[in-house]
Design a protein around this ligand. Structure first.
Ligand code: SF4
Length: 396
């Protein structure tokens, strides 16, 4: 049964019309510049930036008042100039399998609009994966994906991407002080062990913000999640793949889903621009690729569309020579979809062919289907604002 833990009645964490910028999501350099604007003398800036970084990202504090090794006067000044709060939680749902989904309401953007995004936490025996969003909506229209039916509203800022990780850490009590106080701490000392950029949006169409956000999330003096535990999933924005490897440096996942251009054109229309051959050529050149650093290929199992033994054989041939892992995803239905999930026997037969060829091909157990939190099911009510509405908002 689904449990809704929070609703809009929960106290809002956002102060209406608050003009103060957030320090969350600023790179270390940007943080030092912000401190300069707050009047911190140059000689102290680096040290103060380090202290504030530690409080925000290592300890997870939500107010400057808690930063006890910073002089009271500076704390007050920081509080006048900046915020370090979190987005508003509209709902937090817990699936009967323990999966959690949060609907977050973002602070107003420059047009005054407050959009919503979803993120999902999936606890498993050996890991806890947080799936975060990089855009509100998506420009791409992958036909098996619920988010694809929601037009792109806007890119998320680095602040909004990092704040998802921080909000989830609050929610599952994953900050070091929570873990120390926990009589039965999780294996490896954390609940969130992995982050995947597989929620709403195409991360490579929001490159700079994703890059800054992942730099912050992986910083060893803060949240400190290794880039080997962060996976960026792309539908195949070929020109950005080498840059992603060189500049973002996380693990890579490809939403493949089809083994011929004819099928993939239908499932992932971006394929018409960057066909399978070009996509796989970019994968072969992904920096640092090795057996210890494999690319994950995601393959959603759609009945009668891409699930035949011939598809499995073609898949194996296509990936020859690429250190790869294949994630078979039983299709998670959503209202209005034209697809059905493949039968279990068909999925097993497909997995067997792929396994025999030497590829690890775990079949991803559907998680959180009862709360529409499973892969490809995310969507928020935020709509692209029309020019007329924007003008009306700006006039207020
Ligand atoms: S699968 Fe990813 S890229 Fe494709 S529509 Fe959904 S969110 Fe966008």
């Amino acid at each position: 049964m689904t449990t809704i833990l929070n609703t809009l009645e929960a106290p809002p964490r956002y102060i209406p019309n608050d003009p103060r910028p957030s320090l969350i999501g600023m790179t270390r350099d940007a943080l030092a510049d912000a401190l300069a604007k707050a009047g911190v003398p140059e000689k102290q800036r680096r040290m103060r930036a380090g202290q504030i970084w530690h409080w925000i990202y290592h300890r997870g504090v939500q107010s400057f008042a808690e930063m006890s090794n910073i002089a009271k006067e500076l704390r007050q000044r920081l509080d006048e100039e900046f915020v370090i709060g979190r987005p508003e939680i509209v709902t937090e749902q817990v699936s009967n399998d323990g999966t959690r989904k949060w609907l977050l309401k973002l602070a107003p953007d420059e047009r005054g609009a407050r959009h919503e995004v979803e993120m999902v936490y999936i606890p498993e025996a050996d890991r806890g994966t947080l799936c975060i969003s990089s855009q509100v909506g998506c420009t791409l229209t992958c036909t098996f994906c619920h988010t694809g039916t929601q037009k792109l509203v806007r890119n998320l800022t680095a602040n909004e991407i990092v704040a998802q990780v921080m909000t989830a850490r609050d929610g599952v009590k994953d900050w070091p002080s929570d873990i120390e106080a926990n009589p039965t701490p999780p294996l490896g000392g954390r609940y969130i062990t992995n982050v995947v950029l597989m929620g709403m949006g195409e991360p490579l169409y929001n490159f700079d913000n994703v890059k800054d956000a992942m730099e912050i999330v992986s910083d060893g003096e803060g949240i400190s999640l290794s880039k080997r535990r962060i996976t960026l999933s792309t539908s195949g924005v070929v020109p950005e793949i080498p840059r992603a490897g060189a500049e973002i440096g996380t693990m890579l996942a490809i939403s493949l889903h089809g083994t011929t251009d004819e099928i993939r054109d239908k499932l992932v229309p971006l394929n018409k621009k960057y066909p399978i051959k070009e996509l796989l050529a970019a994968c072969r050149k992904y920096p640092g690729l090795s057996n210890a650093r494999r690319i994950t290929f995601e393959y959603v199992m759609l009945k009668g569309v891409n699930d035949s033994p011939e598809d499995a054989k073609r898949l194996v041939k296509l990936l020859a020579g690429i250190p790869a892992k294949i994630n078979l995803i039983p299709f998670n239905p959503w209202p209005g979809t034209q697809y059905e999930c493949s039968d279990w026997d068909t999925i097993e037969r497909f997995a067997e062919i792929v396994n025999k060829a030497g590829y690890a091909s775990p079949v991803r157990t559907p998680r959180g289907r009862d709360i529409m939190a499973a892969c490809g099911q995310l969507k928020s009510e935020s709509q692209k604002i029309r020019a007329k509405e924007r003008l009306a908002l700006e006039a207020h």
